[in-house]
Design a protein around this ligand. Sequence first.
Ligand code: UD1
Length: 421
Amino acid sequence: MDKLIIRAGQPLSGVVKVDGAKNSVLPIMAAALLTHEVCTIHDVPDLSDAAVMDEILCCLGASTAWNKSERTIEICARNANKTDAPYELVSRMRASFLITGPLLARRGYASIPLPGGCAIGARPIELHLKGFAAMGAQIVKEHGFVSLHAQQGLVGAKIYLDFPSVGATENIMMAATLAGGQTIIENCAVEPEIVDLSNFLNSIGADVRGAGTDTIRINGVRELHGAGHTIIPDRVEAGTFMVAAALTGGDITMENIVWDHLKPVTAKLIEAGAVVEQTEHGLRVRRNAGQPLRTVDIKTLPYPGFPTDMQAQFMTLLTIAEGTSIVTETVFENRFMHVGELKRMGADIKIEGRSAIIEGSPGLMGASIRASDLRAGAALVLAGLAAEGTSELSGFYHLERGYCDLVSKLRGLGADLELRP
Ligand code: UD1
């Protein structure tokens, strides 16, 4: 199904259960390559990105059993003897690069297609490679592939990241678990998903300290073992439903959330005029449809700043706020692909460098629109839900990468949606 028909009008209301975090499950699935014992991961969201990671692990020789109704996957990498990741899988998902740290640590070798650019920017990997090189890996780039060798094993090193890259922090952390001696990663990412990965690594016998601060210390161990782990809730999925409540003048309660992880989005929603409150099992966002939204300025930053993964959805909200808002994207260089589509729905947005200047208008109009990537797609679904008339969104497959059961969850809140081939 590639097309989503959105018939707008209803304020969305009800209760929605948030699934496990895409950005946690991908590195944690990759980390299961670090041990020959079985790892059981719970609260695994049924996402196409997780399915790609599953396929990659199987191609490397791991055996997996994903029980989608139980939301659990068992991964056994005992026979994962292959170290070459296939191009057709890796090219479908950039996070595939996260297998390199575990492969290098356990097998001493990894070969993977170099990731190209993508819809939101160039997305280089030099920080990952600099970390591996500091730990003694030899790196060869040829014919569109990068191969990494550390036949004698990796050695602990002090690594300073020029930018607190989430993926580089995760890859280096995983590689360091089996390295000789101590690795220190400075200026590392502090996202909740880093802490989740660290908790998983420690549960399989690693010695990782300081995750969630800007310095992580990893003392290498000889061997890791199997364990069970439950993935944290997806803060971007929760944030998207929070925006949906404020945007449509609705009332949505999200269950299975971590309140702290949502602070940056909560603060901006309150500034924009929504009511956000903690409930016994989650969080409730509401706005009286008669009450206008206020303008808000946003700058995306590494955690705990405002997440780049919520920038597009928040911009949709600001298109109907009274007055001028400025959204500045500092994490990725090309993350305004949704702007052109929002303009086709009647939004008034100008881009100046890394900022978008949004003049709020009374409402959006339904239109045929195209999702260029996952979060841009989410912004357009939200726009369709708030617009007058019907919208036809193509490229729905992008949303399946990161939103589990999106259509049924939105229908449960009162949205009128239809999926078409
Ligand atoms: C992860 C998330 C993604 C989120 C992003 C930022 C996953 C699977 N994806 O992506 O949803 O939007 O964090 O919060 O967890 N950079 C370099 N050199 C590098 C690596 C990164 O310059 O070697 C730059 C990137 O081009 C980008 C910035 O650092 O401008 C942030 O990237 P990074 O934090 O690495 O994002 P990802 O891990 O790819």
